[in-house]
Design a protein around this ligand. Sequence first.
Ligand code: AVI
Length: 342
Amino acid sequence: MKQEKLPDFFAVEQMDHWEIRDPKIWSHRDAAIDSNPTLSILTTLWDQPRWLEAYHLYDQHGSELFEEICELPEYYLTRTENGILERHAADVIARAPVACIAELGAGYSKKTVHLLTEQLRQRGAAIFAPIDVSLAGLVASREAVRRAFPSIEFHGVHARYEEGFAAIDKALPTLFVFLGSTIGNFNQTDFPRFFRALSAAMGPEDYLLLGADRVKNSKVLENAYDDSRGITREFILNAFDHINRLLESNFQRAKMRYYSWFNPEWQQIEMYAVAVEEHEIKFPTVGASFHWRKDEKILVEISRKFDPARLQEQLRFFGLRPVAHFTDSNEWFSVLLFKKQS
Ligand code: AVI
């Protein structure tokens, strides 16, 4: 794309909210990134039924376990999406004439590389802006991009998604990239809130590239979330070790088991910790406790599966017009391109 002078990366009215604490990484000044994990944990654990917000899965160990999951033979998602992008990156970039690629999630995966390579090949220049709450993830991403693509203009955006995508100048044609079917982990409150905020932050020349795992044979789905090596089990139950460290609580692995299934009505995998015997869970720092009843489940994560045509229709109501649909030969995963309706 030929352009005289690109608009600045940041929306002018946003400037006061951001500061550079690490080279090329903008941190949101006042938004507490993880505003109150304790409150989140306690309020959802006292809910009926008990549940947790999925972000508690991602402490250091949890993030490493998730990397391992992505390599598992049963976990087809990462491989399949990567294959789709490898095959169709040229088409995606040709259809989305943008100057900036903003990835939600620190991302510097093989998947992003396909897009950046094509952006450079077709346009001769690229701005790459990963948005993430993890500063360490952004630093790693910056270093990897510097090594592989020294000509790319890098802006790490250290913030929650909502604040992050609102910061980018609406006049800068941007392709927002949200891969890995992370939308599947959003519940019914998170999902509309996310798309409302994203769509409101998008300018008239902006696009969205969205990875979505599809509804399919339930055995394939269930195996992907209960692998033979037990890594997924470890990933889910690790959340309780993390909570114990944060809150000095006494969750014990020996008194819980992992259970997951595909809920056909809700079209989602549900991942639970289940008490194998009744016991008391104590939170001494806040002077609270509850009885975890035998067989009572705590919902730790959901992973929703999508019908791509229906998802396209739904996103129209958020002002996102479907432009293209890419899939694999099994039709297990979809990568959908949308344009912001102007
Ligand atoms: C990050 N997210 C898209 C994964 C998923 O497939 O829902 C998280 C995950 N949980 C267990 N395995 C993978």
